[in-house]
Design a binder for this molecule. Sequence first.
Ligand code: URA
Length: 222
Amino acid sequence: MPVLDVLPVPDRPWPTGRITLQSLREAARGCTACPLFKHATQTVFGRGPESARIMLVGEQPGNDEDLGGLPFVGPAGRVLADGLRAAAIDPADAYVTNVVKHFKWVPRGKRRIHQKPSAREVDACRPWIDEEMALVRPQVLVPLGATAAQALLGSSFRVTRQRGRDISTPLAPHTVATVHPSSILRQQTSGDREREMEHFIEDLRVVARLLDDGDDTPSHSL
Ligand code: URA
């Protein structure tokens, strides 16, 4: 019988003593709180400085992130980097992470195809993102796409309707949700990709203005 199938109860190792991003990252390496660890290469924890004023939160690592061990280093990461640059947001001011820390995939031929994480998998991973938010205490929280937005803001949140708005939440002084960068890559025509990219940049400009203003009063309630 394969060793992985006889592992005992799910476990979420946790740092002992003072919690820092580094101690949290190290503990998360051994997380078996849901079955996703079994088929992923490694835990992909958040990256960026604890002093970051923006926290960008995606769904889960993709194929490149799973292999590289860092979030948003593949095609979606390049779209995100282009969006930040166009909105004049310094990437050094951003902490980038995911609500789920292991890649969920199914094989198709030689490729590994992304699968949406279940609500149970998102819940099992929740303590990691909660602690990342508590340590970084971002000025602006930016959920990217429906999975992250609904995990953080509730299942009735609709990115299509509520994107790009400065929303009042208990999680950060400002929360501005937008689409997942991979949704831009999935557009069928170059015209659609350009239009979606412009809209994404507009949402990120809202984030940039909030940082410039330094005002802590959000303009919309959830
Ligand atoms: N998609 C995500 O949601 N996160 C990543 O890190 C990469 C792709």
